[in-house]
Write a protein that binds this ligand. Sequence first.
Ligand code: 2PG
Ligand code: MG
Length: 443
Amino acid sequence: MTNTTIAAVHGRRVWDSRGRPTVEVDVSLRGGATGRAIAPAGASMGSGEAVDLRDGGKKLGGFDVGRAVASVNGEMEQALIGQDAADQAAIDAIMIARDGTANKARLGGNAIVATSMAVLHAAAAAAKVPLWMHLAQGRKVRLPLPEIQIFGGGAHAARRVDVQDFMVMCPGAASFAQAIEWTAEVYLAAGSLMKQAGKLQGVADEGGYWPAFTSNEEALDTLVRAIERAGLEPGPQVAISLDVAASEFGKNGRYALALDDRALGTDEMIAMLGRWLDTYPIVSIEDPLAEDDAAGFRAFTAAYGDRCQVIGDDFLVTNAARVAEAAASGAATAVLIKPNQAGTVTETRAALDAGRQARFGTIVSARSGETEDTTVVHLAVGWDAGQLKVGSFSRSERMAKWNECLRIEEAIGPDASFAGGAALGFRPVQKKVTNDGLESTSV
Ligand code: 2PG
Ligand code: MG
């Protein structure tokens, strides 16, 4: 028995930002330290994700988590009491083995991820340091480049526009705090442009303005104008980032664009995104093709991987093996890291390590269904991921995370380094002109 031996595990039902039930877990250790975490929930999900255990039936739309809470307070508590919280890999291995399924369906991905993260928090509390510092273990870490939504679309806005996230990133900012301030100016400016146009209709699931647009391009145009109206330079200072979330409207190489009332093939999708890259200052595109279109991912990365970061989300589902495969086949240049897609902290870390090994950009991300839980911020900083995506710039489940990151930046003090544009996962092709006037390219 040590200070970090688990003494109690307790699960309860709490509620997320969509008003749906979710699982919160408290872990207490023998030495008195405690840790708490809450499971988030996605709306646009990859088929390879760990799945949440929900009660089904009519009550609460089938979303209740009575069975998941029971698995925490029953089997998981029994299996974890007496184990060492400082050995996260062993704790996670026990839960994976107990669950016994490939997708965590039996005990529930929601129950497992909340417990895994609560154990991590308890271990940091026992070490008497903030979680990010516990994870950094003395290594120098950077504050992440934030990726912040301005308009929400896709599955987060009743499919009002096809693209799910219209976001900004501030590669020209000098610090995390400055990136946040610039984004605040852009968010305000976008709101006033929407108001002027008579299009201000509230916000979507992640706090971005409801996209009352007639085309995806109108959203992109408005975003550029918002950056300009904020007095910032589109591109060098504030760039655009998209999550197409193409699995939501694409399957078997056919992409049904709701707004344009037409279906595109993979090549046409790639050509459309290429036109957007030519027209707008876009530095990052997530899930440009559907999760079943690996060939499309390869073709897109070959064509544009030197002009923007190509992120796999539903495509890679925070899975180390998939990340390694994508790297080997040139199917992406970056990976989104979502703890509840993998299901445990250990598997999440393995996916991040696989990304790092491949020299991918790594973006720690929240989900569209969130709470006050700020674990992802600590993972992004402590693991030095370089980028962080937690939704828009309104609603407290989002602001809790940006604010936590500001606190960490302040705590690190003058030494704090900001990952900035260098964290983006693409390596522009360098054109070199040789003595005899011939051009050669290198990556
Ligand atoms: C995504 C996330 C966050 P969801 O697709 O990247 O924007 O959405 O949590 O619904 O999967
Ligand atoms: Mg996504």
